[in-house]
Design a protein. Structure first.
Length: 231
């Protein structure tokens, strides 16, 4: 199958030996040799392999990468990394004295500067911050203040706690997200994922008087999934 040849091809392309790659993925060298020959890895191992190689599972299963030119291969891999929200930047964050991540607060006033400063550690460190002990510690959270009436019944001025999304392909249709874009800045909307087919997100308001609109994936800078509201 394609997965076997793709695994061997990309491993060599990225400079891994069978020994170093098997150690990185957490499997034995003999298992890796079998996966590269004719044995299909189980799903959990396949996910680890795709993460280590920097490509999606879909590409490993569907694309015969051994037939690609150098240019086409580089273009495909870079595009896949972009769509998954990786290789963009390291998320700026703040921690307390014990190294625990804090929750930064982006008010309506701070939204105007957020697009320019979201990747600046100094800007992020100047935001108000606090902690919520009941939120999972393995996720990054940030609070945004709602601006306007487009997402009723969540009212203007409410504070929403959101969870950072690092894989944009995982955006789920009909769920609420804060989307930070080059054109519109910080936007709180209901999202529909059209990235795979059209490289776009369709963003809708809960209030029907507002017209849905699309944003191209190249315009997206951050994605945060809505968790809860505080008024």
């Amino acid at each position: 199958m394609i997965i076997n040849s793709n695994l061997k091809f990309l491993r060599k392309k990225k400079g891994f030996t069978q020994e170093t790659f098997s150690e990185a993925v957490g499997i034995s060298r003999s298992k890796l040799a079998g996966y590269e020959l004719n044995i299909n890895p189980p799903l959990d191992t396949l996910v680890k392999i795709s993460d280590q190689l920097g490509v999606s599972v879909d590409i490993l299963l569907r694309e015969d990468l051994t037939t690609y030119s150098e240019y086409k291969l580089r273009e495909l891999l870079e595009t896949d990394q972009f769509l998954r929200g990786r290789k963009l930047r390291i998320l700026s964050t703040t921690v307390d004295a014990e190294g625990r991540e804090l929750i930064e607060v982006v008010s309506q006033r701070a939204k105007a500067s957020y697009l320019a400063g979201f990747s600046d550690p100094e800007f992020i460190s100047e935001l108000p911050r606090f902690s919520l002990p009941f939120l999972p510690t393995d996720k990054k959270h940030r609070v945004f203040q709602v601006d306007g009436d487009s997402m009723l019944p969540i009212p203007d001025g409410a504070w929403i706690v959101c969870e950072y999304v690092d894989d944009w392909m995982a955006i789920k249709d009909g769920e609420r997200y804060v989307i930070v874009t080059e054109q519109d800045g910080v936007t709180f909307k209901i999202a529909y994922n059209k990235i795979s087919s059209e490289r776009k997100l369709l963003l809708c308001s809960a209030n029907p008087i507002y017209v849905p609109f699309e944003v191209e994936v190249e315009q997206i800078r951050e994605v945060w999934r809505y968790r809860l509201a505080m008024s």
